[in-house]
Design a protein around this ligand. Sequence first.
Ligand SMILES: [Zn+2]
Length: 346
Amino acid sequence: MYDRFIKEMIEMSCRVGQMPDYTQGGGGNTSVKFDDKLMAVKASGCKLCDITEKDGFVVVDYAKVRQYYKTVDLTEKRDFYKESSQFVKDNMVKLEGLNEGRPSIEAGFHSLLEKYVIHTHSVYGNLLCCTKEGESIAKELFENSQYRYLWLPYIAPGFYLTLEIQKQIELMGCIPNIIFMGSHGVIITAKTLDEAEKINDYVSQSIRKKLNITELYGDVSVKMESEGVYVSNTPRLIAYLKGKEYTDEWFDSNILYPDQAAYLLGEVTTKNAEKKARIDLSSGITKYYVSYKEALTLEESICAFLFIMDEAKKNNLETYTMKDEDIAFIMGWEGEAYRKAMLNKK
Ligand SMILES: [Zn+2]
């Protein structure tokens, strides 16, 4: 019954999921609304390009999720992060032939938006979202464009981010097509798939033009050296690293957005320490001591991070890092683990 929309969901997800400048590892998510009740949204932990008819997405009663956010009583102190994600889980609808999954933690904001939603951690979008000058550049580029845009300061993914987007939609009196989320990424939404992809492209191209980025991002890949050991195979990344003087502390103290923390924090070394990603700065080559899938995620994540640092520097943009408490929240650190992690960071 929903075949057409599921096909669109797969196509859309594959297109952005294949581009390492838009998504790294399992980051980013997409959704399609079938009607005024049901929505397909990417499953948590899954890669966008791995979505098939059977796997990688879940179906949620988004009308109920909308209703939840509209009526939630904030006066009572509760764990709204947990409650809201449980609510989404409880309102999943089992489609025949679809394997089970958990809805993305970002399913809440998908519920509030137009029929098609593409959310990525695009390196172009994040050049604005992770720099002090980004908000004014976004204004200059998109204020007078044919699309409505919204700029949000950082809010951790989940309940409060969805609540804020709901509030802004009410204030604007419309659903913005482009949402920049500080220290996080970009959401594009439209009534048709063509339009959503067009806007996604338009946003990236506008930023590329403004920041004078002419070179293509290029492929990102790793090759196998031996069982459980993979080697960097991305010319862009090798060039970023070769001859530089980066330290482990530099990698761990320049966390720009949540996925970078989730994938890279504490995992990168230039001193051949016992870590997952070991960089040899004299050759620029990184070796990964993990599975193929994880090696590729690490390669994509390091490349995206260094692209942002490099282009920001070229354009005299000042990057800002996430706050310690926001990183701790993303990493699920509490009490002792938090203190220990922060100690290691310094
Ligand atoms: Zn995100």
